[in-house]
Design a protein around this ligand. Structure first.
Ligand code: ADP
Ligand code: MG
Length: 385
């Protein structure tokens, strides 16, 4: 089986009848801890994972873009820079690219066009952020082809703007930042208030495991919007821009004036920010027992206070927690109501974790879990070998 770099070169030649100038790649991601904190201007601790979107590129002298993706064979898209219009009601895959170019146009940037072919092994729409991997690989390629010299952070900001304003997906900046700025064997502690970030080394003895519960994320979008609204209402009550600077003592003092849901959503966010910072310190200092406790507490907070877990996910977490004890951490990850769990476990326990999930999950839930053994990788870059 040819590797993705060979496949993307081949797709480029087949589509455009000439060789590409260069290949760029950007990773998907998983968030270790810090969920529903990004849009509350808090802390997140994601890592880039070894699933990548590859883009083969040839610079053009005009302002046209032509794109093809192996995920949508034969569907060559073309548009003129600055004339992206608005996204259609039913999104097409190239709208993620157009969103980026529209964001560049809004920022007064004037890149040259490119022809590009895309091959990815980030599963699409599965919660590993294939959309950010696509946007960031594209942004990195356009940036280099036109020698605009945007920083990785600036590329992430353009990608987020494109996804928010063009694609119409209301997400924070975590996915784009980690895909642009990830570091091998590290997680990134991102402060979503000022976009400061700090690389946190992942102890060598830990394996990164992600498991897709295969629970359909029905109603997840409405529930996400509702949670955002509930958080915003509590911030408004305290006359704050976000929950970032709300102290737990102040929240508790106002408990009787707030709705029960509002109180618990805010409690999750405040405590999750603290857990996320503490988890970064625990990782950095190799204190796995503390990491284990923080991830367990985070899961409980997501389940009971933010109310975004489901029984199947709780069960997956329980299966793994029973195997690893305090030799690793496990929790649900992402927006919730289905999706993934993430675990960081001592290497010696990886096989036992996989075995326990295979033996117990399907039997109890009737669902099939997909297990990904990952590693933390670098962010977007040119592919050189
Ligand atoms: P996620 O980011 O969790 O994978 P999203 O729904 O945010 O899920 O983004 C998935 C969408 O992004 C796909 O439906 C497709 O439109 C676009 N996309 C992602 N990767 C690719 C790719 N390799 N080729 C074409 N489109 C892609
Ligand atoms: Mg996405």
């Amino acid at each position: 089986m040819p590797n993705p770099a060979q496949r993307v070169n081949k797709l480029f030649v087949q589509t455009f009848g000439t060789q590409a100038d260069a290949i760029y790649l950007a990773p998907g991601r998983v968030n270790i801890i810090g969920d529903h904190t990004d849009y509350n201007e808090g802390f997140v601790l994601p890592t880039a994972i070894n699933f990548h979107t590859f883009i083969a590129v040839k610079r053009r002298e005009d302002n046209q873009f032509r794109a093809v993706s192996a995920a949508f064979p034969g569907d060559v898209k073309q548009w003129t820079f600055g004339e992206e219009g608005s996204a259609p009601q039913f999104l097409e895959w190239a709208d993620y690219l157009k969103g980026f170019s529209a964001a560049m146009a809004m920022s007064g940037l004037t890149p040259k066009g490119i022809d590009l072919a895309i091959v990815s092994n980030v599963p699409l729409g599965a919660g590993l952020s294939s959309s950010a991997a696509l946007e960031i690989a594209f942004g990195t390629a356009v940036n280099d082809a036109s020698q605009i010299k945007l920083s990785p952070l600036a590329i992430a900001q353009l990608a987020q703007r494109g996804e928010n304003h063009y694609v119409g997906a209301a997400g924070g900046i975590m996915d784009q930042m980690i895909s642009a700025l990830g570091q091998q064997d590290h997680a990134l502690l991102i402060d979503c208030l000022d976009l400061d970030c700090e690389a946190v080394s992942i102890p060598e003895n830990l394996s990164l495991i992600m498991i897709d519960s295969s629970v359909e994320r029905d109603h997840a979008e409405q529930e996400y919007a509702l949670r955002r609204e509930q958080c915003a209402q509590v911030a408004q009550y305290f006359q704050l821009d976000s929950l970032r600077h709300l102290a737990l003592a102040d929240l508790n003092a106002a408990k009787n004036d707030l709705s029960d849901a509002g109180y618990r959503r805010a409690k999750h966010v405040i405590t999750e920010n603290r857990r996320t910072q503490n988890a970064a310190w625990a990782l950095e200092s190799g204190n796995i027992a503390q990491l284990s406790q923080l991830m367990a507490d985070s899961h409980i907070s997501m389940r009971d206070d933010f109310e975004v877990s489901v029984p199947e996910i709780d069960f997956l977490v329980e299966i793994i927690a029973n195997v690893i004890g305090d030799k690793g951490g496990v929790r649900m990850t992402g927006a919730g109501l289905g999706g993934y769990i993430v675990a960081l476990v001592d290497h010696s326990l990886t096989d036992a974790v996989v075995e326990a999930v295979e033996q117990q999950y399907t039997q109890k839930t009737g669902l099939e879990a997909t297990i990904y053994l990952c590693s933390a990788t670098d962010g977007a870059r040119q592919f050189t070998k």
